[in-house]
Design a protein around this ligand. Structure first.
Ligand code: ADP
Length: 397
């Protein structure tokens, strides 16, 4: 069975075609600048040369058409007939309180994803465009929606409710949702396997451009650091993470910012970039800090402190922890950040293995045998998780 996985952004579309027999990637690629000047597609078929096509791509429908034509292309293609695509898995950012697991897309599901645009005005609309484009171009191929929020729907009310008047929850569903759920699910399941323990207490640290941490007990999320939007929690590339909410109204008044401008400050001008003034990218911050840039050095410290803070909070909420997982760009690759974070975990009985930690992008245990709490770096694979869900649902499992 072959599954096409689509991850749609407002001006981009990432895709991977999986052969589920060996869970191998047949081809993957990226369409960029959809609806903008200089739109292009980069297509990487397995075992063949990468192709770059610069052409006018005005909307998601044309993008999907182009992806299909590349997959079918006699030279760069990997399939001969569209019938060889057995299902499409869509990454959907917000499933609200409605979706606690992945599901086949029908008119009702699509209508609900549309209704949830209110909660995810930037993220759900491009996915809706991609779903409609697939309906149009790939008529009859079953589609599955896999939600970033779904895995976190097991959170109990006492972790998802804010200390706001309850009627705002009832009226607008203002509550903690959590994001990166597909990644937290993937790496926590793998960690459980490595531990040989189904009912493990695990803290998963997805540290990338966007970062979130989750506390997982027996396969269920107890708490997670992202909240109503992907803005809260860890300090991120350009997002502020936790701040005193009163700062928002204070700065709006002082700087004469309207809600959109304030939103931009917190989402696009803050985080590692905001403190360092160097870059949102961890590699450049590390480089600048090593050369003596003090703001870059303090940005790194703030980042590491927020991770240490959440690990401590979640170890307490879980009342113990069997394992901690680092994943995503920073979690899988930033050797120093991992080491600095782990240096604060003696109280959990962590016996850190600096030599094992000295690697990037690999699945590795970075604690020594006998460590009371074990720590792993596990590369995430959200696309594979989406493909697995799509396969299971179309096979009726
Ligand atoms: P996204 O959230 O966009 O998927 P990623 O998971 O790809 O992001 O993570 C991007 C982050 O990972 C960037 O801050 C980048 O600097 C960091 N990163 C990637 N490789 C390294 C590395 N070798 N050392 C330190 N940080 C790294």
């Amino acid at each position: 069975m072959n599954i096409l996985v689509l991850n749609s952004g407002s001006s981009s579309l990432k895709y991977q075609l999986f052969d589920m027999q060996g869970e191998t990637v047949m081809a993957k690629g990226l369409v960029e600048k959809i609806g903008l000047e200089g739109s292009e597609l980069t297509h990487s078929p397995a075992g063949k040369d990468k192709v770059n096509i610069v052409t006018d791509i005005p909307n998601h429908s044309v993008a999907i058409e182009l992806v299909i034509s590349e997959l079918l292309d006699p030279v760069h293609g990997v399939i001969r007939d569209m019938k060889e695509i057995n299902a499409v898995g869509h990454r959907v950012v917000h499933g609200g309180q409605t979706f606690c697991k992945s599901c086949l897309i029908d008119t009702n599901v699509l209508a609900e994803i549309e209704r949830l645009v209110e909660l995810a005005p930037l993220h759900n609309p491009p996915t809706i465009l991609a779903i409609r484009a697939c309906e149009e171009k790939m008529h009859g191929v079953p589609m599955v929606a896999v939600f970033d929020t779904a895995f976190h729907q097991t959170m109990p009310a006492y972790t998802y409710l804010y200390g706001l008047p309850y009627h705002y929850y009832e009226k607008y569903q203002v509550r903690r949702y959590g994001f990166h759920g597909t990644s937290h699910r993937f790496v926590s399941a793998r960690c459980s396997e490595l531990l040989g323990k189904k009912d493990a207490k695990i803290i998963t640290c997805h540290l990338g451009n966007g970062s979130s941490i989750a506390a997982i007990n027996n396969g269920k999320v107890l708490d997670t650091s992202m909240c109503f939007t992907p803005l809260q929690g860890i300090l991120m590339g350009t997002r502020c993470g936790d701040i005193d909410p009163a700062i928002v109204t204070f700065l709006m008044a002082k700087e004469g910012l309207d809600p959109k401008a304030m939103d931009d400050v917190m989402n696009k001008e803050s985080g590692l970039l905001g403190i360092s003034g160097v870059s949102p990218d961890m590699r450049y911050i590390e480089e600048a800090a090593a050369k003596g840039n003090e703001r870059a050095a303090v940005a790194l410290k703030v980042f590491e402190k927020t991770v240490v803070h959440y690990i401590g909070a979640y170890a307490a909420e879980l009342n113990g922890v069997d394992a901690i997982v680092f994943t995503a760009g920073i979690g899988e690759n930033a050797i120093n950040a991992r080491a600095n974070i782990c240096a604060n975990l003696d109280y959990l009985g962590v016996d850190f293995d600096a030599e094992a930690n000295n690697c990037r992008g690999q699945e590795v245990e970075i604690t020594r045998p006998g460590s009371k709490t074990r720590i792993f770096a596990i590369p995430t694979n959200e696309e594979l998780m989406i493909a697995r869900d799509a396969q299971a649902l179309v096979q009726g499992k």
